[in-house]
Ligand binder design. Structure first.
Ligand code: B12
Ligand code: SF4
Ligand code: SF4
Length: 291
């Protein structure tokens, strides 16, 4: 799949990777609802790149936790090397998988539980997301490049502190670094295709052109911070986990892990999600600051 790079083909390589990801998502049998193979789980993805040594990745050690890996640390760990032993240029490939209109609509009517389609998206959609991460890594390594998908790597971990659960590779923070959008009052990540999505990423030693971060702040796409008074997600959350102070991860976690046991058991899923705060809100499928 991949040829060795010269500066001249960096742009071609980037285009090629975007095309590979789009084609995989469009054609993969994993991107199909189990009850109806005509219905896709995700729409066309958004794909951006970040420089692997962008200083924002070091900031995440303060913003998230010291254990949060930089791309260099993640790649080094995967190859059992020291970060300084890796090539001087690293890149991160980051993608957004937008939830389809049909699924979003089904969740809009929900008041306490996720809709069946939303639960399928959480469970089967993440299987597609995992397969996509592997699909992006394999051909790169097959052609002699280094690549890892930290979000599904053996060192990936979710821990807890007083604020709630956090991981050592936060896909949304990677997407922020790649200029795909910003955070929000509800904690959700608002992209040009809205907040209802799943995301993923791969680190590689390929040189890829970093995408611009055009947002003024890490919260610019959320209209709450534009003083427009939007509090739609506060009203949507059945757990009372969202207030003007932000998103209480502990409350969200308690609600989603205790309330949906019967649904999880019936479906045989480990997690059915919730996402009421990501549907029937102005940021559901678009960037609300661009009305
Ligand atoms: C742990 C976890 C949870 C926990 C905690 C969520 C959380 N907010 O962190 C719980 C169980 C509550 C949860 C719930 C849900 N989750 Co979850 N979860 C994760 C997981 C595994 C790790 C997240 C993590 O590391 N967070 C770290 C903390 C610190 O991040 P944070 O609180 O979001 O970050 C805040 C600060 O950093 C702050 N900030 C402050 N200053 C600054 C400065 C700068 C410069 C920046 C950039 C940021 C920043 O910004 C953020 C917002 O306040 C990820 C998968 C992954 N590997 O990333 C999925 C993930 C975050 N979950 C996801 C989803 C979809 C959900 C649910 C909707 C459930 C569902 N599937 O239906 C809910 C939504 C909750 C919500 N309102 O955000 C998606 C989010 C996609 C999106 N649309 O935003 C992810 C990325 C999974 C995926 N692969 O797509 N989840
Ligand atoms: S519903 Fe409104 S306040 Fe909540 S995240 Fe979306 S834009 Fe921000
Ligand atoms: S914050 Fe958590 S509990 Fe509240 S609507 Fe969003 S996902 Fe559901």
């Amino acid at each position: 799949m991949m040829q060795k790079q010269s500066p001249a083909n960096v742009k071609d390589t980037a285009g090629f990777i975007v095309n590979e990801i789009e084609t995989f998502v469009r054609n993969s049998p994993l991107n199909r609802m189990p009850d109806n193979v005509e219905q896709v789980i995700f729409d066309e993805p958004l794909v951006h790149f970040a420089g692997g040594d962008d200083p924002v990745f070091t900031q995440y050690k303060t913003i998230i936790a010291p254990s949060h890996r930089t791309p260099r640390e993640a790649l080094a760990q995967a190859y059992n090397k020291k970060p300084g032993e890796l090539p001087s240029t690293l890149s991160v490939i980051s993608w957004i998988l937008p939830v389809t209109q049909g699924t979003r609509k089904s969740n809009r009517n929900q008041k306490t539980h996720p809709s069946l389609l939303w639960a399928y998206t959480r469970w089967y959609g993440e299987k597609l997301n995992e397969a996509l991460r592997e699909y992006v890594v394999k051909p790169l390594t097959g052609k002699g490049n280094m690549a890892v998908a930290p979000g599904i790597g053996p060192f990936f971990k979710t821990e807890r502190n007083e604020k709630g659960p956090y991981s050592n590779w936060s896909e949304r923070h990677i997407a922020y670094a790649a200029g795909l959008g910003t955070f929000s009052l509800s904690d959700g990540f608002i992209t040009e295709k809205g907040i209802a999505h799943r995301c993923g990423s791969v680190v590689t030693d390929l040189a890829l052109p970093p995408s611009l971060r055009t947002a003024n702040t890490a919260f610019s796409n959320c209209t709450y911070y534009l003083n427009d008074g939007c509090k739609a997600c506060i009203l949507r959350c059945p757990a009372g986990a969202i207030t003007e102070a932000g998103h209480d991860k502990n409350q969200c976690f308690e609600y989603t892990s205790t309330q949906f046991a019967a649904m999880r058991e019936e479906l045989g899923f480990g997690n059915v999600g919730c996402g009421l705060c990501q549907t029937r809100v102005p940021c559901e499928f678009r960037n609300p600051v661009k009305r």
